[in-house]
Design a protein around this ligand. Structure first.
Ligand code: ZN
Length: 79
C-alpha cells in the first residue's frame, strides 16, 4: 500500500487484521500504530525511520479495536 492508501483504509475503519498487514511503503518494514487518548486521532509510523512514514489523521467514527492502541506518551500536541 502507498501512504495515501494506508491513510484511506484507516479513515475507512479497516479491520485490525488489515492494520497488522500494513508495512512501511518505503522499506517494507513493520509499522507502529498509536491512538490518542480521546480515541479518534491516530499516528502510524515506520518502525525503523519516521521519515519513511509518519501519517496522522482524525477519524470521527473509529472502530472499537482502536481503543486497545491508545497510548499517551507519543502525543506531543493536544489534539
Ligand atoms: Zn520504513
Amino acid at each position: 500500500m502507498t501512504h495515501e492508501e494506508i491513510r484511506r483504509v484507516l479513515m475507512e475503519g479497516c479491520s485490525e487484521e488489515l492494520l497488522k498487514a500494513i508495512h512501511c511503503p518505503v522499506c517494507g518494514g513493520g509499522s507502529s500504530f498509536h491512538v490518542h487518548p480521546r480515541g479518534k486521532s491516530f499516528v502510524i509510523r515506520c518502525d525503523s525511520d519516521t521519515t519513511h512514514m509518519h501519517l496522522s489523521d482524525t477519524n470521527p467514527s473509529p472502530p472499537d479495536w482502536w481503543s486497545t492502541y491508545i497510548e499517551r506518551g507519543v502525543w506531543t500536541a493536544d489534539w
